[in-house]
Design a binder for this molecule. Structure first.
Ligand code: BEZ
Length: 202
């Protein structure tokens, strides 16, 4: 199977971390693509009309996206410990934790686009600060919500680790660790895993 990817994308990283954690990393051929919201890649658009990475194309030619769907697909292909708990509170806590990590990433990637791609005179400070508020509010909940169960490896903790890594990469001045000792400890432990080391953005 082929994965359309960019090494800086935290959503791609999430898929690759899950692939490493489930032993599937060697089954995936990486197809690099330079695409942005304002300069989409036309070949990628044939595989994914929304034009986003990550997009996975299976050996049978089936296109699968977005990162949530790709991760769940990959999790169906191996015989090891499931990254998506099968049922009950455990499943919905993991999915909600994933949604919070993805929400942090949506906001942080949006800020990156606004401050990096948009011409300076058109940037909207209030929009940026409201996106960053979503980030800090979500991190505060993740710091205190036991249901997130971040010491275990599952789709929720993978997504949160990738979100914290992305903040460290693109928002180093934010200092997300300040006042969040449990997330700090979780990230220090999680980021030593081979899956995280092998997928670090440049
Ligand atoms: C980034 O460079 O921050 C980035 C690249 C691809 C997707 C999202 C973010």
């Amino acid at each position: 199977m082929k994965l359309w990817y960019s090494p800086a994308s935290p959503f791609v990283r999430k898929v690759l971390v899950l692939a490493h954690e489930t032993g599937l990393q060697d089954e995936i051929e990486l197809v690099p693509v330079a695409t942005t919201v304002v300069d989409p890649d036309s070949d990628l658009a044939k595989a994914n009309p929304v034009g986003k990475i990550p997009t996975l194309v299976t050996d049978d030619g089936m296109s699968i996206f977005d990162s949530r769907v790709i991760c769940e697909y990959l999790d169906s292909l191996h015989d090891g410990d499931r990254m998506f708990p099968a049922e009950g509170v455990e499943r919905f806590n993991a999915l909600t934790t994933q949604a919070m990590g993805d929400g942090v990433l949506d906001a942080a990637v949006g800020v990156r686009y606004e401050t990096f791609l948009r011409p300076a005179e058109k940037q909207w400070d209030k929009w940026v600060s409201s996106q960053m508020r979503k980030v800090t509010q979500s991190l505060d909940v993740l710091e205190s919500w036991r249901g997130a169960n971040l010491q275990d490896i599952h789709i929720g903790s993978i997504t949160v680790a990738c979100a914290l890594g992305y903040l460290e990469f693109r928002q180093p001045d934010m200092d997300w660790r300040k006042g969040r000792p449990l997330l700090t400890q979780m990230y220090e432990t999680f980021s030593k895993r081979t899956s995280m080391q092998e997928t670090r953005p440049e």
